[in-house]
Design a protein around this ligand. Structure first.
Ligand code: F6P
Length: 367
């Protein structure tokens, strides 16, 4: 096996963890990191359940080639994950007594004799990674989320898989909507960005797409549905991003957040369906795709992207280029400083080509 490039940083033993909500492709990154690192005689320690794996002495395991055989195509993460808890937010009770969580993680990093970390996560986890980087932990981040809302990378892995699933769901809703002359409202994930809704909506031939970046007016949506009726298309498909909101209104929250846990969005699809039924006079149903969008096998695009991210992350470790996130700047995988991504959200520019394309197709964006 060849090691390219040469090991200039002298890293010999690295930890890897997955944090935040899972996304198809996490296992593909783990596999790529283990294979690339092992080829350079670097040991890989898998840390369980995000940074919790650096709290207790028994929450880690050595990962070799055999441990990653066959996981490329499997969703979820063999290491487990959590989107509850921020090591910098509160102390934690451990078998060694009450400890400052972040100090404990640094302590365990040294106790495990790790030289560096690969942190795979979304904006929250990468923000935590940046704090550890500032505390002197050498690390590289890998951007993951189905939401595709991390700045400085054109794609996160998981997004393409979520869009593929949502597109399939919209295809299925089309046939039943048409058969019953109904309006079908489908709510998709994405938090405060509308990437999944926009791409799945265009790919699935939706008639209306409501995204957080463009506050909606249901009068406009009603006009679109009635216009379709008038030319003989007596059904409509309305895709609603979970973070969409009406003009002058608020997002629909099902659980408030706090310092350690993000607020949970949901319910806007059902609200839109109730109002559209009244406004259009048409029978309307709503469906929430929810966590189905995060499950299942990664698409081939996500497998390749995740594999490239994992192998590039190891290259950065070998070169000693710590404090960076790997990023997709087509056609290349590049390194971007974590300081440039923390606290920012990548939203859809409202003059984005796919937005203009949607409008050209006659899709209503609710404005
Ligand atoms: O960030 C990924 C995501 O799936 C969002 O689209 C969604 O709002 C959130 O996570 C759901 O989180 P949970 O798994 O805590 O319900």
């Amino acid at each position: 096996m060849s090691c390219q490039p040469e090991n200039r940083s002298g890293v010999k033993r690295i930890g890897i963890l997955t944090g935040g909500g899972d996304a198809p492709g996490l296992n593909a990154v783990i596999r790529a990191v283990v294979k690339s690192a092992n080829n350079c005689n670097i040991e890989v320690i898998g840390l369980e359940d995000s940074f919790d794996g650096l709290i207790e002495p028994d929450r880690w395991r050595l990962l070799g080639r055999k441990d990653v055989t066959g996981i490329l195509r499997i969703g979820g993460t063999i290491l487990g994950t959590t989107n509850r808890g921020n090591p910098f937010a509160y102390p934690v009770d451990t078998s060694g007594g009450r400890k400052d969580y972040s100090a404990r993680c640094v302590e365990m990093f040294h106790e495990l004799k790790l030289d560096a970390l690969v942190v795979i996560g979304g904006d929250g986890t990468l923000g935590i990674a940046y704090e550890f980087h500032k505390l002197g932990i050498p690390l590289v981040g890998v951007p993951k989320t189905i939401d595709n809302d991390i700045v400085e990378t054109t794609n996160t892995f998981g997004f393409d898989s979520a869009v593929a699933f949502a597109t399939d769901a919209i295809d299925r809703l089309h046939t039943t909507a048409e058969a019953h002359h109904r309006v079908m409202v489908v709510e998709v994930m994405g938090r405060y960005a509308g990437w999944i809704a926009l791409y799945a909506g265009v790919a699935g031939g939706a008639d209306v797409i409501l995204i957080p970046e463009i506050p909606f007016n249901l009068e406009r949506v009603t006009e679109r549905i009635k216009a379709r009726d008038a030319y003989g298309a007596q059904f409509s498909i309305v895709v609603v991003a979970e973070g969409a909101k009406p003009v002058g209104g608020k997002v629909s929250v099902i659980q408030e957040g706090n310092a350690a846990v993000a607020e949970r969005l949901g319910g806007m699809g059902a609200r839109v369906a109730v109002e559209l039924e009244q406004m259009t006079g048409k029978e309307t149903r709503s469906v929430v795709l929810g966590h189905l969008q995060r499950g299942g096998a990664p698409t081939s695009f996500d497998r390749v992207l995740a594999t490239r991210f994992g192998s590039r992350a190891v290259e950065l470790l070998l070169a000693g280029e710590f404090g960076n996130m790997v990023a997709f700047h087509p056609p290349d995988i590049v390194a971007v400083g974590l300081d440039r991504i923390v606290g920012r959200t990548r939203n859809i520019p409202i003059d984005f080509d796919v937005v203009r394309t949607a409008r050209a197709m006659g899709i209503s964006l609710g404005d």
